[in-house]
Ligand binder design. Structure first.
Ligand code: SF4
Length: 693
């Protein structure tokens, strides 16, 4: 039998709409949804079938019988695994209180169910991976506009000039924006790309600057200096929508292009040229605020400077600029419902484990938390003992900087539960593993994608589960029932969840059949730039001097501090992604592993020669946190102060045979330090030593 199913990809968090061809119960073909993506799919999306058929993913529930990490497991029934997990969680709760349980996940369609579960237990401790990825971008946006970065999008199709700071947009990609950007480039749109190494994005850019690591903020201050000195900003927009311009003018007065040249290595006249060039195209220009913005401990000020440059260009809520995402309500519909908003769900009173909302991290976003604080909170038992960790499709051991410290922290836990598709490092170190059906085998909660045209997407099951796995919405309900809080999960089928989500919107489920999604607006909704923009700051404006920051004692404009150069013989470790792998989740995928089986260490040609390292030779990379063995990639295309490696390798789970022990782990080397204003970890704030292995 032949059928075509519209669904949503989940090989990465972008969640592109897809069309899946199924013949006789087997997936034969996956392509991008032709109604939105012209059939296109990336390499990872195409490798979904390899994940489906992979016998090295999690296949049945397991309870650990050996020591943690030893790899001795007992296969058990779902009933036994859930009852055992509930018993262990109950023990922890009885002894240490519900706040001693922490739940971490990569943000997904079912996050409203995870949050419901934690609130039902009485714990405030739910976090997502977001802080690790871009906590300071989120905070920067909220300090300036009242919106999070996730509530803003970019109109690539109409953008005339985009500036990318290490945003490797053609490798760490999202299909729809990339299609729009490439179309815009065909029509003459320009790209300026700034990074510490030459990526594929650099090769497509009109201007590429190899910047000294950690000095992008100096560049931005110099751009502001030129823009304000030469009156290149959008005066009408700024007068109407920006507060604090005079303070900014005084602040950047001394930060000239000549000063920035010393810091960044970028010639002063080129900085002036960019400021003049981009202002000619305003407001249809974008300074990209970064998808992964977690580099340094002063990240908040860099990300704020990017958003401020957009404000000066008048490009926030502009065609070809940044657009505040519109909700179902903006499109004239009722609200999209989430189970976590249901009446009667407890509101836990205890402070959060990570200090968000308290004295430690007062202005970070409690909707996501600051996950990298978890090992520190466990080890210090502050603000209280943490004794159980639940991870859902998130691998804290391998994702949070300082892998060895993470393991020491997890050793202190009484119970570790992992729910995942893959055998992550954390799953391997867990007490119970509950296997989730992979995305082609399950339906999920609906996705409400806010945007200029708010749209609801549906992930539909394409084939039955190949192994003894379950969808998450069922797993979490069963776990809740075993813990006596099942009443907060008032559904039996996925259709019950869908109907609940749509209950106030008047959209029947059949409407999703034709295309797999329902758009709530025929055309983009853009607010009137003269009077209609609804900034959510106390002043209703873009606040260069932020009420949120100043109230909590943080300076809105912090004097620039030059990053220290690495000590002799050491390098600044930089990390990132390519077009083939997603974070830490695809390294063992049969197809993707074949394409990129390992990572390598990019090192500058001159620096490598000084150390006697040749291309392809194994080197040892070490820091105070750990070490790794990896092949060197000797190249002119990286700044001499930096080395670079792909994230997600150096895996230590023997049953994932394709990626086991290949390359080195960046998190084994990185220090766990945080921007204590914005919430991001300083992923590029570790110096490493490199020597021939
Ligand atoms: S970018 Fe690729 S992997 Fe990610 S959702 Fe889209 S198709 Fe899937």
């Amino acid at each position: 039998m032949h059928k075509e199913v519209y669904s949503i990809c989940f090989m990465c968090t972008v969640r592109c709409p897809i069309k899946v061809t199924v013949e006789d119960g087997a997936v034969r073909w996956i392509e991008g949804n032709p109604h939105q993506l012209k059939g296109a799919l990336c390499a990872k999306g195409s490798a979904g079938t390899a994940l489906l058929n992979d016998s090295e993913r999690l296949r049945y529930p397991m309870i650990r019988v050996g020591a943690r990490g030893e790899g001795r497991w007992k296969r058990v029934s779902w009933e036994e695994a859930l009852a055992y997990s509930a018993e262990k969680l109950q023990e922890v709760i009885s002894k240490h209180g519900p706040e001693s349980v922490v739940f971490g996940e990569r943000q997904n369609l079912n996050t409203h169910l995870s949050k419901t579960f934690m609130r039902a237990l009485g714990s405030p401790n739910h976090y997502t991976h977001d802080a690790l990825c871009k906590g300071s971008v989120n905070t920067a946006f909220r300090t300036l506009t009242g919106y999070t970065d996730a509530q803003v999008t970019i109109d690539y199709a109409n953008c005339k000039h985009i500036v990318l700071y290490g945003r490797n947009i053609f490798e760490s990609l999202e299909l729809k924006p990339i299609q729009a950007l490439m179309d815009a480039m065909e029509k003459g749109s320009r790209i300026t790309y700034i990074d510490t190494r030459a990526t594929i994005t650099a090769s497509k850019a009109h201007r590429f600057w190899l910047i000294r690591p950690g000095t992008d903020l100096a560049l931005n201050y110099a751009l502001m200096n030129v823009i304000l000195r030469e009156n290149l900003y959008d005066e009408t927009y700024v007068n109407r929508w920006v507060s604090g311009l005079n303070e900014l003018r005084g602040f950047v007065e001394a930060m000239t292009p000549e000063w920035a040249e010393e810091e960044t290595g970028i010639p002063a006249e080129e900085i002036v040229a960019l400021a003049r060039e981009i202002s000619r195209d305003k407001p249809q220009v974008v300074f990209h605020y970064g998808y992964r913005g977690a580099n340094h401990t002063n990240e908040i000020y860099f990300r704020r400077s990017i958003i401020m440059l957009n404000a000066l260009m008048g490009s926030i809520e502009s065609k070809g600029g940044l657009i505040i995402k519109k909700t179902a309500k903006d499109a004239g519909y009722g609200a999209f419902a989430k189970l976590v908003d249901q009446e009667g769900l407890p509101k836990p009173k205890a402070p959060r484990f990570d200090g968000v909302g308290g004295d430690l991290l007062p202005i970070c976003d409690p909707a996501h938390g600051v996950g990298q604080q978890l090992p520190l909170a466990i080890l210090k038992e502050q603000p209280y003992p943490i004794k159980a960790a639940i991870s859902y499709r998130f691998d804290p051991l391998l994702s949070i900087p300082d892998y060895n410290q993470n393991k020491r922290a997890f050793d202190k836990l009484d119970f570790i539960l992992t729910i995942d598709v893959n055998f992550s490092e954390t799953a391997w170190y867990s007490d119970v593993v509950l296997p989730e059906s992979m995305y082609l085998e399950r339906s999920d909660s609906l996705q409400m994608a806010d945007g200029p045209r708010p749209t609801i997407y549906m992930r539909r099951q394409c084939v039955p589960p190949r192994y003894d796995t379950k969808p998450y919405w069922e797993i979490i309900k069963l776990l809740a029932e075993n813990l006596g809080v099942g009443k907060f999960f008032p559904y039996n089928t996925i259709e019950d969840i869908w109907n609940y989500q749509l209950k106030d919107m008047g959209i029947p489920l059949e409407k999703f059949e034709a295309k797999g999604f329902v758009a709530l607006s025929d055309k983009p909704i853009i607010w009137d730039r003269k009077d209609g923009i609804k900034f959510k700051t106390p002043s209703g404006k873009i606040e260069f001097i932020s009420s949120l920051m100043e109230e909590k004692g943080f300076a809105s404009l912090e004097p620039y501090q030059s990053p220290s150069a690495p000590p002799e013989g050491m390098f600044r470790l930089t990390v990132g992604r390519n077009a083939v792998h997603t974070h830490v989740s695809t390294q063992n995928n049969p197809y993707l592993n074949e394409l990129v089986p390992t990572n390598v260490l990019w090192i500058n040609t001159v620096e490598a020669a000084k150390l006697g390292i040749s291309d392809g030779q194994y080197v040892e990379v070490s820091s105070d946190q750990g070490w790794g063995r990896i092949k060197a990639f000797v190249t002119d295309l990286i700044h001499p102060e930096a080395v670079f490696m792909l994230h997600g390798f150096g895996r230590q789970v023997p049953v994932t045979t394709r990626c086991y022990n290949k390359g080195a782990s960046d998190t084994a080397l990185q220090k766990n330090i945080t921007d204590m204003v914005g919430g991001s970890p300083g992923l590029h704030d570790t110096f490493v030593r490199v020597r021939p292995a």
